[in-house]
Design a protein around this ligand. Structure first.
Ligand SMILES: *[C@@H]1O[C@H](CO)[C@@H](O)[C@H](O)[C@H]1NC(C)=O
Length: 102
């Protein structure tokens, strides 16, 4: 009697551990891969080069433009103004409350 109880206990421990291993292994299979970091659309580079062609601080202008283009998926045409073409770009503000995008 004592032996069969011990055997039953052992069996349940083995079953439980294999059950746990199974249930814990499942999420690894169904887990979706981490979302890829949003890629910069290929049109941003030429658009931002044109946008910043006359900028005093070209690199700064270009870097901000790329950030804005990535978020907004558009860049206004011309070297300044025309921001109504891209409201998202127009409405982005920096920490000082002024327009973030060139
Ligand atoms: C606004 O965009 C037009 C083309 O859509 C361009 O000809 C014009 O120069 C731009 N305005 C400025 C201020 O750059």
């Amino acid at each position: 009697m004592k032996l069969s109880f011990a055997a039953l206990l052992l069996l349940s421990v083995v079953l439980l551990s294999s059950f746990l291993r199974f249930t814990m292994a499942v999420p690894n299979h169904v887990a979706s891969p981490p979302p890829p970091s949003p890629a910069i659309p290929s049109f941003c580079d030429p658009k931002c080069k044109a946008r910043c062609a006359k900028a005093g601080y070209y690199q700064r202008c270009y870097d901000y433009c790329i950030i804005c283009c990535k978020d907004c998926k558009c860049v206004p045409s011309g070297t300044y103004g025309n921001k109504s073409e891209c409201p998202c770009y127009r409405d982005k503000l920096n920490s000082k409350g002024t327009s973030k995008c060139p």
